[in-house]
Design a protein around this ligand. Structure first.
Ligand SMILES: CC(C)(COP(=O)(O)OP(=O)(O)OC[C@H]1O[C@@H](n2cnc3c(N)ncnc32)[C@H](O)[C@@H]1OP(=O)(O)O)[C@@H](O)C(=O)NCCC(=O)NCCS
Length: 159
């Protein structure tokens, strides 16, 4: 289902989300309780994964991938998965979630991370797309985001 949501015939799929989710499952940053599916009549129609991340020494989460089966998109399933996943994360005690993504996430309470001096690295081209949501109204100290190992290639570059 993740492949169905992300696959584009014209895209270089060297890095792709459906193999990536398998890789994270073997990572120390994987959190089984925060890897969730949405089902309708026992069919999987949505997927969300939250994995461990750091800003400096502060532990939090990264959101992604998020995927909804194409024929079920724009019916509120993505939003429901995020709301549910973030509530679960809050119950466990996590204080913030980062992700790299588009405007979709603003309606869900995410803010530009740069506003808080939070970056992927100095001058990283994706810094403007880095978003953060604080679950307890606490505003994280500035710093560099470090995802779990599966997010980086053999040269330490973010995939
Ligand atoms: C992005 C994605 C997860 C959204 O899930 P969804 O269930 O379709 O989204 P929702 O129904 O919860 O969205 C609610 C609102 O978000 C906005 N929205 C949703 N998908 C959008 C899109 N592709 N482009 C722009 N806005 C979008 C709309 O405002 C929508 O409300 P509306 O339909 O009343 O206009 C889904 O489209 C998907 O799987 N896309 C392919 C994979 C992907 O890009 N994943 C995200 C990157 S990790």
């Amino acid at each position: 289902m993740v492949k169905e949501a992300f696959y584009r015939p014209d895209k270089n799929e060297y890095f792709n989300e459906w193999e990536f989710v398998d890789k994270v499952r073997d990572d120390t940053g994987f959190i089984p309780q925060l890897c969730l599916v949405a089902t309708i009549n026992e069919e999987i129609v949505g997927y969300i994964m939250l994995s461990k991340a750091l800003i400096g020494k502060h532990a939090g989460l990264s959101l992604g991938p998020l995927a909804v089966k194409p024929s079920y998109q724009r019916k509120g399933i993505g939003k429901r998965l995020i709301d549910y996943g973030l509530n679960q994360a809050k119950d466990i005690g996590y204080e913030w979630i980062v992700l790299t993504g588009g405007d979709y996430y603003y309606q869900l309470g995410f803010e530009p991370a740069l506003k808080y001096g939070i970056k992927l690295s100095d001058n990283h081209p994706e810094n403007p797309y880095l978003k953060i949501k604080f679950l307890y109204n606490n505003k994280q100290v500035p710093g560099i985001v470090k995802y779990c190992d599966s997010f980086y290639d053999e040269n330490g570059e973010l995939l």
